[in-house]
Design a protein. Structure first.
Length: 243
């Protein structure tokens, strides 16, 4: 009986330890999203979400490279308070046909930089938003991003998975998947975006923090129960010996 109680206590303690491990924050990647984006579509909001993974440094820069083999005709950048941006353009080997005429040059890089004291730190993330005037007629767009920290270090989110591989690279490049164009969206879109966007401030990932706190509480409860079971088993064994 005493052995069974001790075994139950060990199982409960192991379960609690597993929950604590699950509660530990996982590393996040730079991601890109554009709900509803289709091949050849236009006026599409594209969002790069960048988490800060450093315990001691703030994120103070983000450089995103736009591919010129699957180019975006033009972009508008949503301003971020305390941040500036620089656009670099490149000549296209094949012009993009739009309602406004052929586009022979497109943005190849966006370089965001934070002013002094305006970076975002531990347990925070920021969204970098742009509007695409016309998306390429391709199933995917692979962006390469470089994240810079206040201590001078940087992380290159530029790894691309090998063809046919299901393994995720250590620092994957953000990939945007585009849906198939509908019959109504096959005509060329306007080269220039027509939608304006409002500024967005740095955000704290409160939902994930809440989940971590809840898991931590549950783990603590199981740990207390495990200790209680072990103590009761020990007392029960002592009582039988005394009698």
């Amino acid at each position: 009986m005493n052995r069974n109680i001790r075994r139950s206590g060990l199982i409960a303690a192991a379960f609690a330890a597993a929950l604590v491990a699950l509660a530990a924050p996982a590393s996040a990647h730079v991601t890109v999203s554009a709900p509803g984006a289709v091949q050849g579509g236009g006026d599409q909001i594209i969002t790069f979400r960048v988490p800060n993974e450093s315990d001691s440094a703030s994120t103070v820069g983000l450089k995103v490279q736009l591919p010129t083999d699957t180019p975006i005709a033009s972009v508008l950048i949503q301003p971020i308070p305390g941040w500036s941006f620089t656009l670099t353009t490149a000549k296209l080997a094949t012009p993009i046909k739009t309602d406004d005429g052929d586009v022979t040059e497109a943005v190849s890089e966006i370089d965001w930089k934070a002013a002094a004291g305006q970076g975002f730190g531990k347990n925070q993330f920021q969204e970098f938003v742009l509007i695409a005037g016309q998306l390429p007629d391709a199933p995917q767009i692979t962006f390469k991003a470089i994240q810079t920290y206040s201590d001078g270090t940087s992380v290159n989110w530029t790894d691309v998975a090998a063809a046919g591989s299901t393994a995720e690279p250590e620092h994957p490049a953000p990939v945007l998947t585009l849906g198939a164009a509908s019959a109504s969206s096959t005509a060329p879109a306007s080269a220039s975006p027509t939608v304006s966007a409002a500024p967005v401030a740095a955000k704290s990932d409160s939902s994930s923090q809440t989940g971590v706190v809840i898991l931590g509480i549950v783990a603590l409860v199981f740990a207390v129960v495990a200790v209680g079971i072990a103590v009761l088993g020990r007392n029960s064994g002592s009582g039988k010996s005394a009698s």
